[in-house]
Every structure is written in C-alpha cells, then in structure tokens.
Design a protein around this ligand. Structure first.
Ligand code: HEM
Ligand code: HEM
Length: 194
C-alpha cells in the first residue's frame, strides 16, 4: 500500500484507468461527426415525395454511414478492450444509469443510420457513400419511406436528449463530484496520469 497524496491518487487511477487512445479517438470522432451531421441535416432541403438527393443530402448519407462504421469499430474495440466504470464510491443506481445510457447511445448509433438508410432506400435513392453507391436495404416504397423517415427524425431527437443528459453527467462528475470520469475520456494523459 502506498502512502501520501500521490499514492492515493495512483491507487485511484489504477482502479479507474483512462480510456485508451483508440477508444478516446473514436468517442471524440463520433462527437465531431455528429455535430457536422446535425448541422447538415437541419440545412439540407425538406424531403418530400419525389425529392431527389443533391449535394447536402448525399453528404448526410455519407456522414451517417460513416457514423455507423465508426460505432461498429468502437463497439468491437470495446469488446476487445473493455474499460471498467470508475468504482470509487459510486452508488449502484448511478453505475446503472451510466451503463444504461451508454448502452442506449450505442444502440441508437446503429439504429439511427440504419433507419435513415432504409428510408432513403424506400425513396428509391442511390445510397451515396463518399461517391460510391451502396446497396438499397429495401425496394422502393414511398409511403413506408416517409413513415420510417419520421421515426428516423424522431430518434435523432431522442439521441440529442440522451447526449444532453450524458454531457450534464460528465460536467456534474467533473465540477461537482470532482472525480476522474471526464478526465479519463479527455485527449492526452490527464494531469493525474504518469
Ligand atoms: C448518425 C447519423 C444520422 C443522424 C444524426 C441523422 C439526423 C437526421 C435528422 C436530424 C433529420 C431531420 C432533418 C429535418 O429536420 O428535416 C434526418 C432526416 C433524414 N435522414 Fe438522417 N441522420 C443520420 C443518418 C442518416 C443516414 C445514414 C441516412 C441514409 C443513408 C439518412 C437519411 C435521412 C433521410 C432520408 C431523412 C429525411 C427523413 C424524412 O423526413 O423522410 N440519415 N436525419
Ligand atoms: C457532448 C460532449 C461529450 C462529453 C463531455 C462526453 C464525455 C464522456 C465521458 C467522460 C465518458 C466516460 C464515462 C465513464 O467512464 O463513466 C463518456 C463515455 C461514453 N460516451 Fe461520451 N461524451 C460526449 C458526447 C458523446 C456523444 C455525442 C456520444 C454518442 C452519441 C457519446 C457516447 C458515449 C459512450 C457510448 C460512452 C461509453 C464508452 C464506453 O465505455 O465504451 N458521448 N463520454
């Protein structure tokens, strides 16, 4: 057992190691992609029956499918290299809140682009992925595409809500509880790191 402040800090750090560079890079890459993606989504033309994809809509599809790929890599990475939640004095309900919200975000990061992909397929669009054409997931079905598009939009707002709570939780940990939860996800080594 170590003594003194440094020792205590090192023990705490061993109990709650930083996320690795790959996990951090993927986390923040997805944050950046989503910021651009929502901006594009709110700027692109309204989509009605008969709308044909143009530059911004193609960009929306490419970015969204990139998010899907990044989320897949991230999930696989997480399975290979799991990072435990911090375990110093965190009540069980809060651990479950973290697990639940993280799980939900992963789920939506898959479901949201897939719903968009299905909606775009139903509209009989060419599915653009940075200039390449990906296969359509369903045959043309304009009415169904409209309904699925609505669910896609709704889910995108649900994701925004969860991200808002997630952001508040991170700030609460950092400024109120003053633990390492935010630090261990920030780029580079935290100030407590070696
Ligand atoms: C993380 C990924 C994604 C996010 C955050 C996202 C977000 C959004 C948002 C906010 C809207 C509503 C835009 C408005 O206000 O009118 C929208 C619409 C739409 N998105 Fe996405 N999207 C994503 C991925 C995709 C993908 C991968 C595709 C297709 C390959 C796609 C296809 C569509 C379509 C077709 C609409 C129009 C829906 C309709 O009104 O019928 N999206 N998206
Ligand atoms: C808005 C800025 C954001 C901040 C400050 C932030 C902060 C954090 C922090 C501190 C953690 C570590 C939590 C812990 O170890 O207990 C974390 C994990 C996580 N974040 Fe974020 N985050 C943000 C945005 C996002 C976004 C946009 C998403 C995806 C939609 C996301 C998805 C996740 C997931 C799934 C985890 C769990 C990581 C894992 O264990 O695999 N975060 N985030």
């Amino acid at each position: 057992m170590s003594h003194g402040r440094g020792g205590v800090i090192r023990e705490r750090e061993a109990a709650s190691p930083d996320y690795g560079v790959v996990a951090k890079a993927l986390h923040w890459l997805i944050v950046i992609l989503l910021i651009v993606q929502y901006t594009v989504a709110w700027t692109m033309p309204e989509i009605h029956r008969g709308t044909q994809p143009e530059t911004l809509i193609n960009l929306h599809m490419s970015l969204g499918i990139t998010v899907l790929v990044a989320a897949l890599i991230r999930l696989i990475w997480r399975l290979i290299r799991p990072v435990p939640l911090i375990n110093d004095n965190v009540p069980l309900w809060r651990q479950w809140a973290a697990r639940g919200s993280h799980g939900l975000m992963y789920l939506i990061l898959f479901a949201l682009p897939l719903l968009g992909w299905v909606a775009a397929s139903g509209r009989d669009w060419a599915i653009d992925f940075w200039g390449a054409n990906l296969p359509r997931l369903i045959a043309a079905a304009p009415q169904l595409a409209g309904a699925i598009g609505d669910y896609h939009t709704l889910l995108s707002y649900i994701l925004l809500g969860i991200i808002g709570l997630h952001l508040l939780a991170a700030l609460y940990h950092h400024f109120w509880l003053q633990d390492r939860v935010l630090l261990r996800m920030l780029p580079g080594r935290s100030e407590l790191g070696r």
